[in-house]
Design a protein around this ligand. Structure first.
Ligand code: PMP
Length: 360
């Protein structure tokens, strides 16, 4: 039976990449050991590290004045690294709240300095969840930066526009990076935990404009210091080498797929298919206004909550894994990142139809 893994993260990785990693695992490049077991400073690992960075730069067309950092600590590590590096002792930062991850980022930043939270969540008269568009955000003139999370993994809310502001925009792209083209120069800094669209957990990507590297204002742990990390090409301490290697395989795979523009077409097609099905159904529903629906994380609810555990159980029995919604939201969630083929979404929809027929 073919299985499809809808987990929000750690998430499904491309099957071709997993096969390559499996083939290379024990005897990587004829070294007689695995890539996990070689020095990060060895020429062969350095070549892996450099190729991964170059491929990422090509995929996202990262301008030369941006550094790419391969860090530890996941998304939450960045929730503290961002204010530690960028929030001045007397300054303030604007945190735009569109869901639970941006809320968590704001709470963490408030430990280190002054934070203005702008809650942009709203409900339409028909009950659908929506958010204010960027032009409506009331940003403060004195903020050191504006933090936002363009794709909220738990809430299933995504926005693509950004506000017009002179302030650096800091974006948590953990669950949407590489899913569609973006203009890097619109951002001061982007970060993303690897475990959704990049590779295994344990690696965190940071893409930062180099003028922001001189702003660490206080005592800061070495492994969270952007400037230090950049000065040492992300090797001040031992980086998560296996995750870095695997990310490199994913970047290579993405290039072979045709890059992020092709991924965007595929991701839109998958999302349209699933939302289209949900919208015509009385048995299932998604409650996000169409223009803010996430391409990556699709929460949905059964009309009868009492069927939730049976749905999850039977889905698993049919090879459709990890559909249970986030505990704070309930219902179901299908995460359909880059590695999920359209066949996975088709299989999910035919299971949902069948489940409706036998329980509707
Ligand atoms: N930001 C977003 C958008 C996320 O989806 C997550 C995790 N799902 C995090 C931050 C936290 O990441 P981590 O668990 O790597 O700290």
């Amino acid at each position: 039976m073919t299985t499809y893994n809808f987990c929000a993260g750690p998430a499904m990785l491309p099957v071709d990449v997993m096969k390559q990693a499996q083939e290379e695992l024990i005897n990587w490049q004829q070294h007689g050991c695995s890539v996990m077991e070689v020095s990060h400073r060895s020429p062969s690992f350095m070549a892996v590290a450099e190729k991964a960075e170059q491929d990422l730069r090509d995929l996202l067309q990262i301008p030369a004045n941006y550094k790419v950092l391969f860090m530890h600590g996941g998304g939450r590590g960045q929730f503290s690294a961002v204010p530690l590096n960028l929030l001045s002792p007397t300054g303030q930062a604007d945190y735009v709240i569109s869901g639970s991850w941006s809320q968590a980022a704001a709470e963490e930043a408030a430990k280190f300095g002054r934070v203005q939270s702008l809650d942009i969540r709203q409900k339409q008269s028909d009950g659908l969840r929506t958010i204010q568009s960027p032009a409506e955000w009331s940003l403060s003139a004195q903020a050191d930066y504006v933090h936002c999370c363009p794709n909220e993994t738990v809430d299933g809310i995504e926005f693509v526009g950004l506000p017009h502001t002179e302030k650096p925009i800091i974006a948590d792209l953990s669950s949407t990076i590489l899913s569609r083209p973006i203009q890097i120069s619109d951002y001061g800094l982007i970060y993303a935990g690897a475990q959704k669209n990049i590779g295994p957990s344990g690696l965190t990507l940071v893409i930062v404009r180099d003028d922001l590297l001189n702003t660490a204002h206080r005592t800061i742990p070495c492994i969270q210091d952007y400037r230090l990390t950049a000065q040492h090409d992300s090797m001040f301490n031992t980086p998560p080498t296996f995750a870095w290697y695997l990310a490199g395989l994913v970047f290579d795979w993405l290039k072979r797929q045709g890059g992020v523009a092709t991924m965007a077409e595929k991701n839109q097609a998958k999302a349209d298919l699933l939302y289209g099905y949900l919208d015509q159904s009385d048995f299932y529903r998604n409650d996000v206004a169409p223009e803010f629906r996430s391409w990556m994380n699709v929460p949905f609810f059964l009309a009868d909550d009492g069927l939730n555990s049976r749905f999850v159980e039977q889905a698993e029995a049919n090879g459709l894994l990890a559909l249970k919604g986030h505990r704070s939201v309930g219902g179901m969630r299908a995460s359909i990142y880059n590695a999920m083929p359209i066949e996975g979404v088709q299989a999910l929809i035919s299971f949902m139809q069948q489940f409706e027929r036998s329980h509707g």
